[in-house]
Design a protein around this ligand. Structure first.
Ligand SMILES: O=P(O)(O)OC[C@H]1O[C@](O)(CO)[C@@H](O)[C@@H]1O
Length: 542
């Protein structure tokens, strides 16, 4: 991949100029000036309808942003990404989650696709047997419960997808244990019958403190409740560290390998998706992969101007680097996607929260945006006040599905009305005159109107992107997640950073180990005064 400081490109300079001259872009006016705006800024790809027109850009902005993508050689980077070049340079690895779902191998990626197919087949055979009851518990019964033990990418993807596909779930009860918190473990153990539970330990490294502590506690509990001999049948592992998994007591045939060319936060398509496949079946898991693969093809082949992930990334850069927006909201108008923001927080912030560029120098521009959100309409009754009337610019993605899963059309109409009305309200706002008329109609007197008027005005001009998808299915969900993965990739290329390592999480892990030693010795150690004081306070309650 080329090593280009984006701020040194022609496009960047022109974008700065363009921003300074066009800061005042008014969306309402832009729609008046261009009767074709909605159509011009909407991209339709299969069941995805993405309306970018309520964003603070015009055709010049878009052209310049596309020029930026070209000057930073996004096209070559895409080729390097799909063909398996070691673009995760600081770890010396390829980045090939796309090979896990490829219907046809990209040139250069055949061996990766072959390995992915073999590992998927092993997983599918196992999953089919568990679901059908052919793979039996130690006492010869069918499994009825699955507990996924993992954290970060070994948890968030499976949780998010299985929540999203609740309507597709089979008879298996599913639980997740992630936090290194005995209370979290206990709350799950309270509800399950160990004799009919399959424990899936998911850890790429098989060295993560949280996962190993939880797995050890659960194995000890299981041994007491059932017996030691049953561990081999009831515990399986997903890991790239086979030796450690074997040392833990997992039968080698029950270890499902992961590849070092798949990053944890992009691994739900691999054997890390074991709990997903167990929960919704192999057919639906395959649909998820196929949907993602279709988005991969779109990303690889569509022109940048009509490319959904590329446009999303360019807008993020536009807001982040020129408007200086700090964050982006993702608001899914479906409860099924309630874990999407949490999932995206890891995917986006662990990937692009970097300050060192591909040249080893500190960047002199902003990278890595903050992402947050909650399902609508709940979020409307929580943080929308800040989006509507706060002083911060929060570009937002509004995601909805045109068709509901169940026949509650009255509910769905209301949900969709809110989904549509909010983006309109955020754009249009409410003028002083309109607010004045409302107060008058409400019967307020002159003094009351004078006092209340400023509070009732909505500035509007708040940018949103509308993603309207036909229906929430495994395939459309696969497309949606792949879309965000490619958005992350595109941003990383343009920001000239390495998106696929995560050195920033290491320091906290090391310090936690040091503090743990102090806690185990009951000492306040060699820490700063604040830390020592906190430790003392903690000891008071032990
Ligand atoms: O699967 P593992 O190796 O247990 O790692 C879990 C998570 O820890 C991290 O390495 C750091 O938080 C993530 O990238 C990863 O998803």
């Amino acid at each position: 991949m080329k090593n280009i400081n984006p701020t040194q490109t022609e496009a960047w300079k022109k974008l700065e100029e363009h921003y300074n001259n066009n800061q005042g872009l008014n969306l309402k006016q832009a729609f008046k000036d261009n009767s074709n705006r909605a159509q011009e800024f909407t991209t339709i790809f299969e069941d995805f309808y993405v309306d970018f027109s309520k964003n603070l850009w015009d055709s010049t902005t878009k052209d310049l942003l596309v020029q930026l993508a070209r000057e930073t050689h996004l096209d070559e980077a895409i080729e390097a990404y799909f063909s398996g070049k070691p673009i995760n340079a600081t770890e010396g690895r390829s980045v090939l989650h796309t090979a896990l779902r490829a219907q046809q191998a990209h040139e250069g990626a055949q061996q990766f696709v072959d390995a992915a197919v073999t590992s998927k087949q092993k997983m599918f055979e196992f999953v089919d047997k568990v679901i059908s009851g052919e793979f039996k518990t130690a006492s010869g019964a069918a499994f009825d419960t699955v507990v996924n033990i993992g954290i970060g990418g070994s948890d968030l993807g499976p949780v998010m997808i299985t929540e999203a596909l609740q309507a597709y779930k089979n008879h298996l009860n599913l639980h997740f244990v992630s936090n290194v918190e005995g209370d979290h473990v206990e709350e799950v153990l309270k509800t399950i019958n160990p004799s009919t539970t399959l424990f899936v330990i998911v850890s790429k490294s098989f060295g993560t403190q949280e996962t190993l502590s939880n797995a050890t506690t659960i194995r000890n509990w299981f041994t007491q409740q059932v017996n030691q001999d049953a561990v081999g049948t009831h515990f399986i592992a997903v890991s790239s560290n086979i030796n450690r998994a074997v040392d833990f007591g997992i039968e080698e045939e029950n270890i499902f390998p992961m590849f070092d060319w798949v990053g944890g936060r992009f691994s739900l398509w691999s054997t890390v998706g074991m709990s997903i496949a167990l929960s919704v079946g192999t057919h639906n898991f395959q649909q998820l992969l196929d949907g993602a693969s279709q988005m991969d093809e779109h990303f690889k082949t569509a022109s940048f101007e009509n490319n959904i992930p590329v446009q999303l990334a360019l807008l993020t850069i536009w807001y982040n680097n020129f408007y200086k927006a700090q964050s982006e909201a993702v608001i899914p108008y479906t409860q099924y996607l309630h874990r999407l923001p949490a999932y995206l927080q890891q995917a986006i912030m662990e990937s692009n929260g970097k300050t060192i560029d591909r040249n080893g120098s500190r960047v002199n521009y902003e990278t890595g945006n903050i992402v947050w959100g909650e399902p609508g309409t709940n979020s409307q009754h929580a943080f929308f006040q800040l989006i509507h009337q706060g002083s911060k610019l929060i570009p937002a993605h509004f995601i909805a599905f045109a068709k509901a899963k169940y026949q509650h059309q009255d509910h769905h109409n209301k949900l969709m009305a809110n989904f549509i009305a909010q983006t309109e309200a955020l754009m249009n706002g409410k003028t002083k005159e309109e607010a004045f008329d409302d107060l008058k109609t409400a019967g307020k007197n002159q003094d009351e109107i004078e006092f209340l008027l400023p509070y009732k005005v909505f500035e509007g001009n708040k940018p949103t992107t509308t993603l309207l998808i036909d229906e929430l299915t495994p395939a459309s969900l696969g497309k949606l997640i792949a879309m965000y993965e490619h958005k992350i990739f595109t941003e990383g290329v343009i920001w000239n950073i390495y998106s696929y390592d995560q050195w920033g999480v290491e320091l906290g892990k090391v310090l936690a180990d040091a503090v743990l030693q102090d806690i185990e010795n009951g000492s306040t150690g060699q820490h700063d005064a604040s830390t020592q004081q906190i430790l003392s306070r903690f000891y008071q309650f032990q």
